[in-house]
Design a protein around this ligand. Structure first.
Ligand code: NAD
Ligand code: GLY
Length: 361
């Protein structure tokens, strides 16, 4: 088992990465009070809840309960978070309660938000079960829900007490979800670590085959980069925004398609390629980086063009409400070199228009 640390002073926490960790609940004992509510969804419950609960029950807590939410991005809203509050209040859970999120980014984001709000904040633990949530959403404390007018627009920064990444759970993950997670893994190479990008170019076939040694390394490196960035800039005053490479374009795709049609990671994949394309157009990046990014995304079975029928106007409509818009100027994460990202509003509209032209069919 590997152990990393997110270094945030008295809110620091460990990330445990290994095989079969769901059955090793003793790892979690230091982070749990006397009452525990495991929150998952209806898809994940039959796969993993029994083995986790069995292992948690051996800890001798006063109470261990389970709540399964409906599955899907369409349910990532305040109504669903309210189901968590209903359960906690009806069961008279107190401030010593701990919430454990067992699931992908949707469950993790909602449970983290519920933990931030319940009685003004209770402990929570992330047990991510998708690759995307293991390498991204479970680390760093962004929690929240969607609003009909914007994705993730209601939320809080609220750090977990621990993150437990069990590599074994990936065996049941649908292939599309695996690819979506790999998009975020590729992101870390693009924004922070050219050497990791090169490693991914050499090892993508192993990752697609769920080779456990390769997967452990990719997850560990991704989490280490995320932990380093979050430790430097927890609340996204500056640096942390680089983690959103491709996300401004990607969120526009998700919103245009209606949440849930395109997966988050799929939309981010196209968005990252667009950001790389724009960086090349601005003369900041060698064109070979575009070709390499295209090939790597293709090897991960990710989409490489905008959804049918989505045009530049559609992008601009959704992108204008992005959280990175400042003083009504659009800011994008772009690359100055492979492994080095910046947030910039310093691009000509013509370059962005040409980028849309290339990607919109
Ligand atoms: P998800 O949570 O919807 O999970 C994808 C699907 O896989 C779901 O149907 C889920 O039930 C199923 N599933 C989960 N684990 C499984 C397993 N091991 N085997 C079989 N099926 C499994 O999607 P996601 O990609 O994990 O997360 C996407 C969400 O994460 C988005 O809402 C996005 O906004 C959010 N996100 C948040 C952050 C952050 O920093 N907080 C970062 C990135 C993404
Ligand atoms: N996924 C972007 C962030 O955590 O900041």
């Amino acid at each position: 088992m590997a152990e990393l640390r997110v270094d945030l002073g008295d809110r620091s926490y460990p990330i445990f990465i290994g095989e079969e960790l769901l059955t090793q609940a003793e790892l979690l004992r230091p982070y749990i009070g006397s009452q525990l509510l495991v929150v998952t969804n209806e898809t994940i419950q039959p796969l993993f809840a029994d083995s986790l609960l069995e292992s948690l029950q051996a800890l001798g807590l006063d109470r261990v309960e389970l709540l399964a939410l409906p599955d899907g991005e369409a349910h990532k809203n305040l109504d669903t978070v309210n189901l968590v509050f209903d359960h906690l209040l009806q069961g008279r859970f107190n401030r010593k309660a701990t919430l454990l999120a067992l699931g992908g980014g949707v469950v993790g984001d909602m449970v983290g938000f519920a933990a931030a709000c319940y009685q003004r904040g209770v402990n929570f633990i992330q047990v991510p079960t998708t690759l995307l949530s293991q390498v991204d959403s479970s680390v760093g404390g962004k929690t929240g829900v969607n609003h009909p007018l914007g994705k993730n627009m209601i939320g809080a920064f609220y750090q977990p007490q621990a993150v437990v990444i069990d590599l074994s759970v990936l065996k049941t993950l649908p292939r599309r979800e695996l690819s979506a997670g790999l998009a975020e893994v590729i992101k870390y190479g693009l924004i922070y670590d050219a050497g990791f990008f090169e490693w991914l170019e050499l090892n993508m076939a192993r990752l697609m085959a769920l080779d456990s040694e390769a997967m452990a390394y990719a997850i560990e490196r991704s989490c280490a980069i995320k932990a380093e960035v979050v430790a430097k800039d927890e609340k996204e005053g500056g640096l942390r925004a680089i983690l959103n490479l491709g996300h401004t374009f990607g969120h526009a795709i998700e919103a245009h398609q209606g949440y849930g049609d395109w997966l988050h990671g799929e939309a981010v994949a196209v968005g990252m390629l667009m950001a790389v394309d724009l960086s090349v157009r601005l003369g900041w990046l060698d064109a070979s980086v575009y070709e390499r990014t295209y090939s790597l995304l293709m090897a991960a079975d990710l989409p490489l063009a905008s959804p049918q029928g989505m045009g530049a106007d559609d992008y601009m409509r959704y992108m204008s409400v992005d959280k990175k818009v400042l003083d009504s100027k659009l800011r994008l994460v772009l690359l100055k070199a492979l492994g080095s990202a910046v947030v910039s509003d310093d691009f000509e509209p013509e370059a962005l228009a040409a980028c849309f032209e290339r990607f919109c069919q």
